[in-house]
Design a protein around this ligand. Structure first.
Ligand code: AMP
Length: 114
């Protein structure tokens, strides 16, 4: 989608601090990090605005998102633990309507998150 920030990052027309990629997924550092490691994992293709738009046909992509998250966590040395978050809609604070996971780690994250 031409007016979607993460589509433009995936296309390379807006720069990002890339940490890893797989066939369908791009991982890059969040511009406003909430933890020492804060990486976003996005499908390169705009399959859904959020997790609420996912369908059974996206199963392979979802596995790839989680698989790349685990790879990045290992790459970042997060042996002590890490967290995946996906915000859906305004009450959750979602600001970019392109499905994405936040990978957070590098400090004690606390639970519940607040
Ligand atoms: P969410 O609020 O869950 O939709 O997450 C969107 C995230 O994208 C926020 O944590 C922002 O800090 C991050 N963000 C926005 N613009 C950029 C950018 N150009 N590069 C990297 N991260 C970004």
């Amino acid at each position: 989608m031409a007016d979607c920030l993460f589509c433009r990052i995936a296309a390379g027309s807006i720069p990002c601090d890339k940490v890893a990629e797989s066939e369908q997924v791009l991982a890059f550092r969040d511009i406003n990090p909430q933890a020492p490691t804060h990486v976003l994992l996005i499908p390169k293709r705009h399959v859904a605005d959020s997790a609420s738009g996912l369908e059974p046909g996206h199963a392979g992509l979802i596995a790839e998102l989680f698989g790349l998250a685990a790879r990045v966590a290992a790459q970042e040395g997060l042996g002590g633990g890490w967290r995946l978050v996906t915000n859906v809609g305004p009450d959750a604070g979602q600001s970019v309507p392109h499905l994405h996971l936040h990978l957070l780690g590098g400090r004690a994250l606390g639970w519940p998150p607040g």
